[in-house]
Design a protein around this ligand. Structure first.
Ligand code: NBY
Length: 817
């Protein structure tokens, strides 16, 4: 008997149908006969919201009236993905929706597909924030996600005739967007610029201009928890005429700043996924959403109080800083406490440091935000004063802790140079209670390398929380077949809220019949994906080949170049007759990746991949045994289709560079085997699934360091491995550029002379492990047994577990009573 514990639907099919009819009539103004699938999508979404509304109210009331500290997750990005099906699942209305929509004569999938994906994030960091708000709600922990409602999300990627990336604006709000509730009454004013004057020994900030931060609220329904949290995304508006009349003289002048200027602030997401640009607009965005959020929290938790006792703030809320992007919140809270509520410095600092915590998501030094002090001073003069004062207090404190003057100099928050800079990671570390990395290895390297001086003097601040992903979206919604098989195997569907239960599948890996069922699920998913790829992209994938995916941002350290060079080498083996075509294990390689628009080598790599695909896929000698596809505009939706259909995933970053990775977790949970380096969370995935069930290759962190120290000469590796040489020569000689030797010359030159991420040094090991992959793939039962063991042993990588770790180690709070 299978135990089903899915959330109970608050609505019957008949009620759902009536609700849709009602919305179509009074909202969309159409009859069911006139309605398009997009109309039905909007109507159904509003019905879902309707039935979640009471739980939403109640969660907010319990949060404000209760005694459970809330979490404020501050993040410049929330890559939430499509909302409707997720809300239906979490609220228990999937079946009622399907039946109602079918009853009205529509195909549920078409209706769901007409939702436009909010692409308000770059990659892992933004998607992680979305998984975390899902888990917080599912665990019943009171929480706000605070961010920005960008009008343009990450660009829509297209490829031109030459296979180059073209960026198109992603104006997602051009469509009906039923999920965001605009709440003008809870707007906040956020000010910028101007001067700081002193009056009676008190500093007073006289800003030059202000914008109106309007909250757009998204419901975050927990899975089977009965709780609905809030994702509050701020939208920037200019003040209108009505507001102008209520202003005093100086504000009157501020408010006439051109409307466009104000609204620019939340206009566009910066498409940079690692190297931050020290641009004024970015700082405006960061301050904008953080300042609005802090005021909002005071409004929510101290309603109607002129003189609230803000020493209790750390009991009401804990703010998690998702990377350095919201770190300006630290001086902002100091300013609010000192300037607006008259607290003294020490009290304000005590409140602030107890309220903030910081998560770091990188190890690349160039990815840590550093702002010119002059820029902060122009935009936020009072904050620059406060930051300098924080710096001074901090240096004084350091002098009591160490006599090492050089160390103290190295730790300065504000650098001591002609054009001083503010190091946001240092400000976050000094101004918060905890700092965490996002995987064991990453947290260790943070302590040993990136923030070493800080961990020496403040060892207790540092901790680890290994990332996790939500099983609701990435198993249940993405892979219904596997979900049904898991439920069958375990005899319960409780695994959806307790992913450790997947361990119950371990014994079933010995049962060949179950393994065959598992294999059949994968095969059916591959067929689905082939149909999807045909429909959406016009590709002809052969589902009887191995599906081998590499999906992530395009970045040198992630080493898409390693994958493409190995592929070219394989192609050359076949062309030269070194390998007989009959011995080739048929494989379909699928890439998905966007490059930052200004990242030259990354964009050239995209062009190369597309042209390798063109040449290989059209070469009759290959007889379809090797196929390469690059579906453009990789996003959450594509991930949900591709991950369940993948046999082998690639996590091949240079050791010590990928902070964690979260795609690696999604693949393991969906029964793909991983070929990977000892980097980020790969290390822990391998520990959990077992070394026998993971294809490990490549240099370790220590070996990488040693090689750097010795002086890395990539050309030596090129000379040493003839297959590598052949592959690079083919790129150089124009095989993938219609004979033009110039096209990829910069890429080739970089490989041979710099190769900062040691692609060439790991090439031979990588090729070797691919031979092991192919040998195993020839034995479908053994392959699928190992894949099933990946599923069974990856329960640890649930975002529910990650959130529980945050609760225990950092936030010290829990579910609402
Ligand atoms: O965060 C990623 C890490 O690379 C990955 O290893 C990790 O699993 C994931 C979640 O912890 N980092 C990431 O996605 N970073 C960004 O997207 C990002 C975006 C903007 C900027 C910097 C980084 N920026 O400076 O503008």
């Amino acid at each position: 008997m299978t135990e089903i514990t899915a959330p109970k639907s608050p609505v019957t099919t008949a009620e759902f149908t009536d609700g849709i009819r009602e919305q179509l009539k009074y909202g969309q103004g159409v009859t069911p006969e006139q309605a398009t699938p997009a109309d039905v999508y909007v109507a159904a979404s509003l019905v879902v919201r309707h039935y979640l509304q009471d739980a939403w109210f109640k969660t907010q009331q319990d949060m404000v009236n209760g005694h459970t500290k809330a979490v404020g997750y501050l993040s410049a990005e929330f890559l939430i993905g499509k909302q409707l099906r997720n809300a239906l699942l979490n609220a228990g209305m999937l079946d009622q929706f399907d039946a109602a929509v079918e009853g009205l004569g529509f195909d549920p999938q078409t209706v769901v597909d007409s939702e436009y994906e909010p692409a308000l994030g770059n990659g892992g960091l933004g998607r992680l924030a979305a998984c975390y708000v899902d888990s917080l709600a599912s665990l019943g922990v009171p929480a706000f996600g605070y961010g920005i409602q960008y009008r343009y999300g990450i660009f829509r990627q297209e490829f031109d005739e030459q296979g180059r990336q073209i960026e198109k604006p992603e104006y997602w709000l051009a469509n009906d967007e039923p999920w965001g509730h605009v709440d003008y009454n809870r707007s906040q004013k956020v000010s910028f610029g101007g001067d700081v004057i002193e009056k009676d020994g008190k500093k007073i900030w006289k800003p030059a201009w202000s914008v109106r931060a309007v909250p757009v609220d998204y419901m975050v329904p927990g899975y089977a928890s009965g709780r609905v949290n809030t994702l509050r995304l701020w939208s920037a508006r200019s003040y209108d005429e009505f507001d102008l009349l209520t202003f005093n003289k100086s504000e009157y002048l501020d408010a006439v700043k051109p409307k466009v200027k104000a609204e620019d602030i939340s206009k566009i997401l910066y498409p940079e996924d690692s190297t931050p640009q020290g641009k004024q607009l970015r700082l405006e965005q960061q301050y904008f959403f953080v300042a609005a959020s802090i005021q909002d929290v005071i409004r929510v938790f101290y309603p109607g109080q002129d003189k609230p006792d803000l020493t209790t703030l750390p009991e009401k809320i804990t703010f998690q800083l998702n990377d350095t992007h919201p770190v300006i919140g630290i001086p902002e809270l100091m300013r609010v406490l000192i300037d607006e509520y008259d607290y003294d410095w020490d009290t304000a600092w005590d409140i602030t440091t107890k309220t903030f915590n910081y998560t770091c998501h990188t190890l690349l030094p160039e990815a840590l935000e550093v702002w010119p002090a002059s820029l902060i001073g122009e935009l936020l003069p009072r904050h620059l004063d406060i930051i300098k004062e924080i710096n001074q207090h901090f240096l004084d404190e350091l002098k009591t802790k160490t006599r090492d003057k050089e160390k103290i100099e190295r730790m300065r928050i504000v650098t001591n140079e002609e054009n001083p800079k503010v190091r946001m990671a240092y400000l976050a570390t000094a101004g918060g209670s905890h700092v965490n990395g996002v995987a064991e290895l990453h947290s260790q390297l943070l302590k040993d390398v990136t923030l070493r001086d800080f961990s020496d003097l403040y060892p207790d601040k540092f901790t680890n929380v290994t990332n996790g992903v939500t099983p609701r979206r990435f198993i249940r919604l993405a892979n219904p077949r596997l979900s049904a098989l898991i439920t069958e195997g375990l005899g319960t569907d409780k695994w959806l809220s307790d992913l450790d239960l997947l361990e119950g599948l371990v014994p079933l890996a010995k049962d060949d019949e179950f393994v065959k069922k598992f294999a059949a699920v994968k095969q059916a998913n591959k067929e689905d994906f082939a149909a999807y790829a045909k429909r959406e992209y016009g590709f002809d994938l052969d589902p009887n080949t191995m599906f081998n995916s590499m999906i992530k941002r395009l970045h040198e350290y992630k080493r898409q170049a390693l994958k493409i060079l190995a592929l070219i080498a394989k192609y050359a083996d076949i062309k030269s007759g070194k390998v007989s075509i009959d011995d080739v294990q048929p494989r379909t390689v699928i890439f998905g990746a966007k490059a930052a628009p200004g990242y030259y080598l990354a964009k050239l790599t995209i062009q190369l991949i597309n042209n390798v695909a063109r040449v290989v896929n059209n070469d009759p000698d290959i007889k379809g045994k090797l196929q390469v596809y690059y579906p453009w505009n990789y996003n959450v939706r594509l991930a949900q289709h591709l991950i369940p259909a993948t046999d082998l995933d690639e996590q091949i970053s240079q050791a010590g560079k990928e902070a964690s990775g979260t795609g690696n977790m999604k693949f393991a949970l969906n029964g793909a085997l991983t070929v990977g380096t000892l980097d980020g969370a790969n290390v822990e995935i391998r520990e959990h699934v077992g070394a026998d069930n993971f294809f490990l290759f490549g240099m370790t962190v220590d070996e990488v360091e040693d090689l750097y120290a010795k002086g890395y000469q990539p050309a030596e590796y090129y000379e040493r491995d003839p297959r590598l040489k052949a592959a690079i020569d083919m790129v150089a000689d124009g095989t993938f550029s219609n004979g033009d030797r110039n096209t990829y010359a910069p890429l080739v030159a970089d490989w041979l002379t710099k190769d900062w991420f040691m692609t060439l040094a790991d090439f031979t090991a990588y090729s070797k492990i691919q031979a092991d992959v192919e040998a195993l793939y020839r034995d479908p039962i053994e392959w699928n047994r190992k894949a099933l063991l990946n599923v069974a042993n990856s329960g640890f990588f649930s975002s529910d577990r990650a959130i529980k770790d945050y609760l225990d180690r950092i936030w010290h709070t829990g579910p609402l009573a």
